[in-house]
Write a protein that binds this ligand. Sequence first.
Ligand SMILES: [Zn+2]
Length: 174
Amino acid sequence: MHCPFCRHPDSRVVDSRTTDDGTAIRRRRQCPDCSRRFTTIETASLMVIKRSGVTEPFSRNKVIAGVRKACQGRPVTEDALAKLGQRVEEAVRATGSAELTTHDVGLAILGPLQELDLVAYLRFASVYRAFDSLEDFEAAITELREQREQGPPGQDHGSEGEGPAVPVPATAAD
Ligand SMILES: [Zn+2]
């Protein structure tokens, strides 16, 4: 890239290191012409297109803030919120696409949130899926019941591979 001071068309990397959280590389560069130094940061591009059409960088903190709102008054710890944020970010990055919609991000939140707290899940889903009647809630609850009767979705819930004949309440959130 051009030197930001003198616009010289080239620069030399003098130092290169990964940031503490491992999501970016910081490079110290020097201009061969004016010898001044500057820093560039390289990250995997992940942009979110909002409903308004505005594009902004994906933010794990925004995901957590949205979920925290849905979890108000629920027994959900900050630690659990942070883990959920990490899972959501991993899931959306794993798609390999550089651009997502807010809808895609919401979809990635629903699964982990369902495992975390069902009431918070219903609150979040009611906004995300724009519930506007009791029937919408009833349909979502029926859906949840059916899923639970089929057993927990493939995560590490301890007693894997036994397939209980009687539905057992999930204990993961308690
Ligand atoms: Zn320069």
